[in-house]
Design a protein around this ligand. Structure first.
Ligand code: C2E
Ligand code: MG
Ligand code: MG
Ligand code: MG
Length: 283
């Protein structure tokens, strides 16, 4: 079979590929144990309004590996997704995030509209009882579902809209909100977006990054903001690093901002301290 695949095709006799596969298998074995070993941590990055007030936060997963140090989600979420481990990890993220909301609410640190954004992977979303898992997590923690903003991506919406819309609509009727993450990198048309019960669009960081060097990106950003406005959706810009980017986005009607200009992702105690202080994260 390997021979039939041809000389230029990587096959399982390729030593480099075999080594890479072995490394992935090893990493996955470690990842399986990471949660019980208390190596997974949630960080949180502020999302601010045009005045720099904290409107919400995004939960971002981190792995504190005993030998390799901190590992970012891009280096292990795909593995968790492929292996199905993301179901376990994702449920834990959700439950932990709900617990945080409860703790902050109890201390009276939250404004009425404060939301916590949680990234949902395609595999999680496709679980048969995805809505049940969300409801249970919110109920157990004793928080209102309206505090939860679930971030989904265009990629997972490729499948039949008829299957997806009822799931979104059902959860939304219970107060849960939805954000379309990394917007602009996929294929969504305006007509398509119109059918989805969403609350928020997140402009992908790549467009914000080149706003002032690439005329196309500036056009794309303005178009996304306009699309959001026509559909009555909140628009968040991610990866805002400079004052110039912030000014441009604000001027063109973007309402919410997330990026190093306002704060990096920090551990949840530090985030709680920001909430408690209630100070503006003015650029
Ligand atoms: P994302 O959801 O698009 O998250 C935004 C990413 O941009 C985060 O990377 C954040 O740290 C980074 N970021 C925010 N502001 C700036 C900025 O001003 N400059 C730069 N250079 N980067 C900025 P991070 O934490 O490495 O997360 C990467 C991706 O991993 C996330 O992208 C999300 O897709 C995924 N992810 C993170 N946590 C979870 C999780 O709990 N579950 C799932 N399924 N995916 C997660
Ligand atoms: Mg996100
Ligand atoms: Mg994003
Ligand atoms: Mg992104």
């Amino acid at each position: 079979q390997a021979k039939a695949a041809g000389r230029n095709t990587a096959c399982f006799f390729d030593p480099a590929m075999a080594a890479a596969m072995e490394a992935r298998v090893a990493l996955l074995a470690e990842l399986r144990k990471a949660r019980t070993l208390d190596q997974l941590h949630l960080h949180c990055q502020p999302v601010v309004d045009a005045a720099g007030r904290i409107a919400g936060g995004e939960i971002l997963l981190r792995w504190e590996h005993p030998d390799r140090g901190w590992i970012g989600p891009s280096d292990f979420i795909p593995l968790a997704e492929e292996s199905g481990l993301i179901i376990d990890i994702g449920t834990w993220v959700l439950e932990t995030a709900c617990g945080l909301l409860r703790a902050w609410e109890t201390r009276d640190w939250l404004s009425p509209d404060f939301f916590l954004s949680i990234n949902i992977s395609p595999r999680q979303f496709r679980q048969p009882d995805f809505p049940g898992i969300i409801h249970t997590a919110a109920e157990r923690a004793g928080i209102s579902p309206h505090r939860l903003k679930l971030e989904i991506t265009e990629g997972m919406l490729i499948s039949k809209l008829d299957d997806i819309v009822p799931i979104l609509a059902g959860l939304r009727a219970a107060g849960v909100r939805f954000s379309l993450d990394d917007f602009g990198t996929g294929y969504s048309s305006l007509a398509y977006l119109q059918r989805l019960p969403l609350d928020q669009l997140k402009i992908d960081r790549s467009f914000v990054l080149d706003l002032h060097h690439d005329a196309n990106d500036a056009v794309i950003v303005r178009t996304i903001i306009n699309m959001g406005q026509s559909l009555a959706l909140e628009v968040v810009a991610e990866g805002v690093e400079t004052l110039a980017q912030f000014e441009f986005l604000k001027e063109h009607g973007c309402g919410l901002f997330q990026g190093y200009l306002f704060g990096q992702p920090v551990d949840t105690d530090s985030f709680g301290a920001k909430l408690r202080a209630g100070t503006r994260l003015a650029p």
